[in-house]
Design a protein around this ligand. Structure first.
Ligand code: ZN
Length: 263
C-alpha cells in the first residue's frame, strides 16, 4: 500500500487528468449556468453563455444552437477565436457566437461571457436614461451602450459577424456589462459562476432602478467608492458568500433540487 502511494507521488503525469477534470467542471458549470439563466428569466429561447477552454486560452466552449433551458453536456462544442467550430460536425451554431469570440480576443482576463435579452435592461438601451448601479458594484466604471447602427448602418441588430463582434468588444472596453441597443446585453466574468451571478444581478439592478425612478425624486446611486470596496471584497470568491452562495441556491432551484418550486 505504502509502496503504491509512493510511486504515485513520484510519477507526475497529473497534468492531463487535472485538465480533463477542469474541462468537465467547466462544462458542468456551463450546463447549470444555462439552466439557471433560463430559470431566472434572464434568457428565454434566445441567449447563451460560454467559457474559455481551460486547456487552451485561444478556444472557448459554447452550446450548439439550442434553447438554454434544454442544454446538456453533449451540446457543448469547442470554438476558435474566429468564432467558428474547431470541428464542424454539421450541428447548428448560434449566429451571435462572435460576441463571445471577439470579447475573448480583446479581454484575456475574461473566462466567461453571457449574452441575454434580459427584459428589464433593454429599455435602458433605447432611452437616454443611464444604467447606473443601485447595489451592483460591478457596473462601475460604466455600462456603455453599443449601437449596431453606428457600427454597420441598417442591420437586423444581431452580432452575426466578426466585425460587429469586434466593435462590440471595443465598446465594452474594460467594463463588465455592455448594453446592445434595442436588443440585450453582454456580461463578462472571470468564471462561469461569477458571470451568471452578474447577469442575474444586472437584471435585478434594472428592476430596482426602474422602481426607484417610479417613486420619483433624485436617486442616491451606489458611489464609486462603495463599489470599489464591494468589488474588492467580492473579487475573492469565498465559500458561503457572494456569488458562491447565490450559485449554490440558483443551481439547486434550476436543477429542481431545492425546496422551492419556481415554475
Ligand atoms: Zn441576441
Amino acid at each position: 500500500m505504502a509502496k503504491a502511494s509512493k510511486s504515485k507521488s513520484k510519477s507526475a503525469p497529473k497534468k492531463a487528468p487535472s485538465l480533463n477534470a477542469a474541462l468537465k467542471a467547466v462544462i458542468d458549470d456551463l450546463v447549470a449556468g444555462n439552466r439557471i439563466l433560463y430559470n431566472e428569466d434572464i434568457v428565454d429561447g434566445y441567449g447563451h453563455i460560454s467559457a474559455r477552454d481551460p486547456r487552451d486560452p485561444d478556444r472557448f466552449l459554447l452550446s450548439r444552437a439550442r434553447a438554454p433551458g434544454l442544454i446538456v453536456a453533449g451540446d457543448i462544442m469547442e470554438f476558435g477565436m474566429d468564432g467558428e467550430p474547431v470541428k464542424d460536425d454539421g450541428r447548428p451554431v448560434y449566429s451571435e457566437r462572435f460576441i463571445h469570440s471577439e470579447i475573448y480576443r480583446a479581454r484575456p482576463d475574461v473566462n466567461a461571457v453571457v449574452h441575454s435579452h434580459s427584459p428589464t435592461v433593454v429599455p435602458f438601451s433605447v432611452t437616454d436614461q443611464p444604467f447606473l448601479p443601485i447595489r451592483a458594484g460591478f457596473l462601475y466604471p460604466e455600462v456603455p451602450v453599443f449601437d449596431t447602427r453606428d457600427a454597420a448602418g441598417w442591420t437586423d441588430l444581431l452580432i452575426s459577424n466578426r466585425a460587429l463582434g469586434r466593435a462590440l468588444a471595443g465598446k465594452l472596453g474594460n467594463n463588465t456589462v455592455v448594453l446592445l441597443r434595442g436588443h440585450g446585453n453582454a456580461v463578462v466574468g472571470p468564471s462561469v459562476r461569477v458571470a451568471v451571478y452578474r447577469a442575474v444581478y444586472t437584471e435585478a439592478n434594472a428592476k430596482l432602478l426602474l422602481q426607484a425612478k417610479l417613486l420619483g425624486g433624485p436617486i442616491k446611486y451606489l458611489a464609486p467608492e462603495e463599489a470599489a470596496i464591494m468589488n474588492a471584497t467580492r473579487a475573492k470568491v469565498r465559500p458561503g458568500h457572494g456569488s458562491d452562495r447565490i450559485w449554490e441556491l440558483l443551481k439547486s432551484e434550476a436543477m429542481g433540487t431545492s425546496g422551492k418550486r419556481r415554475r
